[in-house]
Design a protein around this ligand. Structure first.
Ligand code: ZN
Length: 187
């Protein structure tokens, strides 16, 4: 029997990890065995906890590659993947295999980077025919409207700059356009 697949996307500060953890906890309460993984950016194979900004936490393991998710997933019923945009492109085949093996898979990740370009393989995960896509929005940190974009405060143009509220803001379209103009006009 095939599994189930949910992909939770949106800009930073939209509550993606909260939604992932909420779904994982709910499945755990129902008696399913959960495995939560995140990409290892500088550590390998370590036990960790993933905590959302609202203070909810769950044990997780960090893995170096999408293949490592498959290797770890066998005894579990439900597999949660956080920060999916940082995995190698093997993540798409791995998720398809988990689904085919009857696992429930819940993925959280950024669909676009700070330039509004596709981030990692998230958009290919969203395109899997059986995926339920949940697209979340944050609150615009300038006008309190609906934020859809991740604004990088610095002019560092590396694709990946790890940071939180010190480095990024969630902004609506209009505030984002203004913020980019203002940032890039600074000497
Ligand atoms: Zn705004």
């Amino acid at each position: 029997m095939a599994g189930a697949l949910t992909v939770v996307v949106g800009c930073m500060f939209a509550g993606k990890s909260e939604e992932l953890l909420r779904k994982m906890k709910r499945a755990e309460i129902a008696g399913l065995r959960p495995l939560l993984v995140k990409p290892a950016l500088d550590t390998r194979g370590t036990a960790e906890r993933i905590c959302s900004r609202d203070g909810r936490c769950m044990d997780a393991i960090s893995v170096r590659s999408a293949a490592d998710i498959l290797a770890a997933a066998d005894p579990y019923d439900i597999v949660g993947i956080d920060e999916a945009q940082f995995f190698d492109d093997g993540i798409v085949a791995a998720v398809r295999m988990l689904y085919a093996a009857g696992k429930r898979v819940i993925i959280a990740g950024l669909d676009t980077d700070y330039r509004d370009e596709p981030f990692g393989s998230t958009h290919f995960l969203m395109a899997i025919p059986e995926a339920d896509v949940v697209k979340l929005r944050a609150v615009c940190m300038r006008c309190r409207g609906e934020a859809t974009r991740t604004f990088r405060k610095s002019r560092n143009d590396a694709k990946v700059v790890i940071g939180d509220a010190d480095t990024y803001e969630a902004l609506c379209y209009t505030c984002h356009v203004a913020a980019v103009q203002q940032r890039d006009a600074e000497p």
